[in-house]
Design a protein around this ligand. Structure first.
Ligand SMILES: Cc1ncc(COP(=O)(O)O)c(C=O)c1O
Length: 442
């Protein structure tokens, strides 16, 4: 029987969510060509040993449990706001960093990864037609969430310094006048992340203070500060929590990810810290959709935070990641890929002009309407996978359509990868470089 197209048409608001996802596309392509996959941002080196121990312990008990004592019911629903051990641990850990005492019952909401935290925050605090100001390039899931919620995103681009030096992200910034000019009566939320993804800029205290100054002038604006990469900060730069600035806690939802902190992105445990007035609707939305995040994984997360402090994990982890960053930056520089050196996060953005030229990919005739598949950065990432044997992710999906041309020559490489994958990628990039030099010198 023929299906009636109108009956089986999904909700119009799902249009962006139904569009092909670059990560799935490039993961499949990498597999097909046996490429060294520096595409999707998940750590392929595994999580710390104490995490495995914690989860095994958290899952014990509960099989035919008859006592009903809380410790024997570790595999059942927990309180929607957060498993009690985790909520207590987070309040203890973040209170001093936010310069206040945090209420574990009212100011913390645990979520199914930080991605749910993004959706839940937007869902709870915007109505269709509201505007969300966003620093771009940004995490692409924000674009899908906003579109599903029929919220209008207004991008404020991170810009390189006026002197044209682009190699270090430290000097890239948001122009405060542009930010102020972008605010309209419909602006409901300002959203940004530090360290930022995919660029890896770590906002300095002075920069965050300047943003707070703008926010103070607009009492209706709330803030979503996505700080999932807070533990991935390099070169002795310090991470600073936006909500710790005077007057900002009251209007900020700060988002975090256990997956990023402990290299276990599949656990899907995230959390939001916010004042109770903002957290109560977040809790209502989260309860309506999920009821709670997985109990044993939350319990294990609490134990992991305790153990991490004892083992010095938070000192070791950024050093280990910085070594990976440095290794890849050096290779990229050697082969002429012009990396923008990140100070935080999982990724290196580089200018792939050398590859566009080798692949004869033209970037002259692209507009905001050019479909993703036909964009030069997408084409060059396909070419890299097929011809160089290394998979990167195109950068245009991280910009809003009107700014996608900035990404024409940019590709993103993840360095949160195991040594074998990193070495294979390095070897192939260098080999390509040698072959290319030989060909062009003939
Ligand atoms: C900036 C940013 N925010 C949030 C997330 C989502 O984190 P989680 O894996 O905890 O859902 C990601 C994941 O890549 C991210 O890059």
């Amino acid at each position: 029987m023929e299906q009636d197209a109108e009956t089986f048409r999904p909700a119009k608001r799902l249009k962006a969510a139904l569009a092909p996802n670059v990560f799935a596309q490039f993961t499949a392509l990498a597999k097909q060509h046996g490429a060294a996959n520096l595409g999707q941002g998940f750590p392929s080196f595994g999580s710390p040993r104490f995490l495995q121990d914690a989860v095994m312990k958290a899952m014990q008990g509960d099989v035919f449990a008859t006592t009903g004592a809380p410790e024997s019911l570790g595999n059942q629903y927990t309180r929607p706001g957060g498993e009690p051990n985790l909520a207590e641990t987070l309040a203890r850990l973040y209170g001093p960093r936010f310069n206040r005492t945090l209420d574990p019952l009212k100011e913390i909401v645990t979520t199914i990864g930080a991605q749910e935290a993004i959706f839940t925050s937007l869902f709870s605090w915007t109505d269709p037609g509201d505007e969300v100001l966003l620093f771009t390039p940004c995490f692409d899931a924000v674009v899908r969430s906003a579109s599903t919620l029929q919220v209008k995103l207004i991008g404020v681009n991170l810009r390189p310094p006026c002197d044209g030096s682009t190699a270090s992200l430290k000097d890239w910034s948001v122009n405060m006048e542009e930010l102020e000019r972008s605010i309209t009566p419909q602006t409901r939320i300002l959203m940004f992340n530090t360290p930022s993804a995919p660029f890896g800029k770590v906002f300095r205290q002075e920069e965050l203070e300047a943003i707070a100054e703008v926010v103070r002038r607009h009492p209706r604006i709330l803030v979503i500060s996505d700080e999932v990469y807070e533990r991935c900060v390099y070169d002795n730069v310090s991470h600073f929590h936006f909500a710790s600035l005077p007057g900002m806690f009251e209007r900020t939802m700060t988002l975090f990810s256990v997956g990023k902190t402990f290299s276990c992105t599949g656990w899907r445990v995230g959390y939001i810290i916010a004042p109770s007035s903002l957290a109560a609707p977040l809790l209502a939305s989260h309860t309506a959709v999920n009821f709670c995040a997985p109990t044993p994984l939350q319990k294990a997360s609490a134990a992991a935070f305790d153990q991490a402090e004892k083992e010095g994990y938070f000192e070791w982890f950024p050093k280990m990641m910085q070594e990976k960053r440095d290794f890849l930056v050096k290779v990229l520089q050697e082969v002429g890929l012009k990396p923008l050196v990140p100070e935080g996060g999982y990724f290196i953005i580089c200018d792939a002009t050398i590859f566009l030229e080798a692949a004869h990919i033209d970037d002259d005739h692209v507009s905001a309407e050019t479909p993703l598949d036909e964009r030069p950065d997408v084409k060059v990432c396909k070419w890299m996978t097929e011809k160089v044997g290394v998979t990167a992710i195109p950068v245009s999906p991280f910009y809003l359509p009107e700014s996608r041309h900035y990404a024409n020559r940019l590709v993103r490489l993840a360095f949160c990868k195991d040594e074998a994958t990193m070495s294979l990628a390095a070897e192939r990039l260098k080999q390509w470089h040698v072959n290319h030099a030989e060909k062009t010198s003939v």
